[in-house]
Write a protein that binds this ligand. Structure first.
Ligand SMILES: Nc1ncnc2c1ncn2[C@@H]1O[C@H](COP(=O)(O)OP(=O)(O)OP(=O)(O)O)[C@@H](O)[C@H]1O
Ligand SMILES: [Mg+2]
Length: 253
């Protein structure tokens, strides 16, 4: 099997707080893996280390065999790790299609001069970006909303647009931080279908943080449980659901 992500002995301190300690994880091609745990367990901190927002105090992170440690956020994104955020981060005053174009911008280069003087190169790059963005929106079934302002989208669609924007970077590994947070049951069901479809269509590996246990159990083949910054258990949904230590951690004993 081809190893997409390999993480070993990952740790980080915030002052006196050991937020993540000896974290490990392997994700293989096209796998969908869950990362769960009580509030404050360190899940988002793991994402922040995988995307270069935080520099780990120690440990290994390799994407397809290449270390991402000490690499810049943009370089890690180019290497193939894209994410969504626990609190939606969209450009609210831009349209849906423009939110995608912002993400595409780095791959369609034109100079400041091209932009200022509106050269042929500028118009060509703009047109290519628009076409590529519209194509992605079609795949994600968001094309009928292309010219709606992100702020005016229903909540569930904002979450889906964030996923689409992450996919614009053509990631090998997609990190989703609580994509179902704040969704109603109908939106959650749609999201489950969207995530399955994305995994299948883009052949991307997905690491999913989520508190909605139905969603996690439904989607993930393998789950890592984090508690107080440490791996408490790795297993199948069935193993995790029936594990006494996991149940205790969630009940706060
Ligand atoms: N930049 C930071 N500086 C100091 N402490 C931090 C920082 N980021 C996170 N922490 C702390 O690290 C711990 C883990 O936080 P993290 O956000 O990773 O938890 P989480 O598992 O994502 O929780 P939740 O389910 O509530 O989102 C918490 O105690 C948090 O307060
Ligand atoms: Mg979090």
């Amino acid at each position: 099997m081809n190893n997409i992500l390999h993480v070993e002995n990952l740790g980080i301190n915030f002052g006196g707080l050991r937020a993540v300690d000896n974290f490990y994880m392997d994700i293989y091609g096209n796998e969908l893996v869950g990362l769960i745990g009580p509030n404050g367990a360190g899940k988002t901190t793991v994402f922040n280390m995988l995307t270069g927002i935080y520099a780990p105090s120690e440990g290994k992170i390799e994407l397809m065999g290449e270390s991402i440690i000490n690499k810049k956020i943009n370089d890690i994104a180019k290497m193939g790790i894209a994410r969504t955020f626990q609190n939606i981060r969209l450009f609210n005053n831009l349209s849906v299609v423009d939110n995608i174009k912002v993400a595409l911008n780095s791959s369609h280069l034109y100079s400041l001069k091209d932009s200022l003087f509106r050269t042929k190169k500028y118009y060509q790059a703009e047109e290519d970006m628009e076409n590529e963005a519209m194509e992605l929106l079609k795949i994600m079934h968001l094309d009928d909303l292309a010219y709606t302002l992100a702020a005016n989208l229903p909540y569930g669609k904002q979450r889906e647009l964030e996923i689409a924007r992450a996919l614009a970077l053509k990631p090998k590994l997609l990190l989703l931080d609580e994509p179902a947070a704040g969704m109603n049951p109908k939106e959650t069901l749609e999201l489950i279908n969207t995530i399955r479809y994305v995994q299948d269509y883009f052949k991307v590996s997905i690491l999913l943080i989520e508190h909605d246990m139905n969603l996690v159990m439904e989607l993930c083949k393998r789950i890592t449980v984090l508690n107080y910054g440490m791996v408490l258990k790795v297993g199948s949904p069935l193993e995790i659901q029936n594990d006494e230590e996991v149940i205790k951690a969630y009940l706060g004993n």
